[in-house]
Design a binder for this molecule. Sequence first.
Ligand code: NDP
Length: 288
Amino acid sequence: MIATIIDGRAVAARVRAEVARAVEDLVSESGRRPGLATILVGDDPASEIYVRGKRRSSEEVGIADHHRHLPATASQADVAELIEACNGDPEVSGILLQLPVPEGLDGSSLTAQILPEKDVDGLTPVSAGRVLQNLTGLRPCTPLGVLELLDTYGVSLEGAHAVVVGRSNLVGRPLGPMLMHRNATVTMCHSRTADLAAECARADVLVAAAGVPRLLGAAYVKPGAAVIDVGINRTEEGLVGDVDFGPVSDRAGLITPVPGGVGPMTLAMLLQNTVAAARAQFDREREH
Ligand code: NDP
């Protein structure tokens, strides 16, 4: 093993402590506590666990819980009405619609209805456009977490060759431009990439977000590269990433483990986005 193991739990704990301080600063300045509305539709057990974790972590840093739960029988109009109510509620700084929504509902169009200023998941088309044009706005949590890890461990992106495997709206698609805005030269790979190994082997910074267990082995990694594994795959051997951790850690310079790498960062960045949204809303009100 030659790679330094990136400790996502420690970095996430530091971010959460910073968020807790930012929350109290905002409360003492504005008299208003940032609030997060998690919206859960239906009773999907995995979604319930995710939402519970987000609510608990928010409360731990002093963010007020405005959770809303609608039954699986809720119509598109019911959910839309709830999102509108949250958009208009000054106590709600951030809105998170837990995906996937039950069959029969259109999650994309519901997400698009979230006010960009409250879009703490960074998944609305407006937020996506702001990422592309490098305009101020809320960024998706997982790509933010990836950048935070790279920055914390002093990985320079300036002029670096970054390769992102995966082009989902959640991870790869926004992360590509975010790396480019930091002056990396970015290659985006996906399931139709002709020679994935050759593309990856040129990366100074390699980010795997494909959702395929151990897709990237040692031959995919340039010696000394920073390897960030976003993948979380449930297998018979337990949770594994998209990177074949053992062999790759003998070759990479830095590597994230799974679990304990990117996972904790996604949640920490959601909290950071929520306090940032509350701060921006307060600053706007003060200007008027
Ligand atoms: P999606 O399934 O939405 O996207 C997967 C992407 O990977 C697609 O762009 C797909 O290409 C590409 N891909 C799939 N197979 C291959 C392959 N064999 N070679 C190259 N590219 C491939 O997944 P998500 O982005 O939502 O999630 C990816 C992984 O990250 C999952 O394991 C998920 O659990 C995890 N995840 C972890 C998070 C965390 O906090 N750590 C947060 C979010 C996700 P194409 O577009 O051509 O189909």
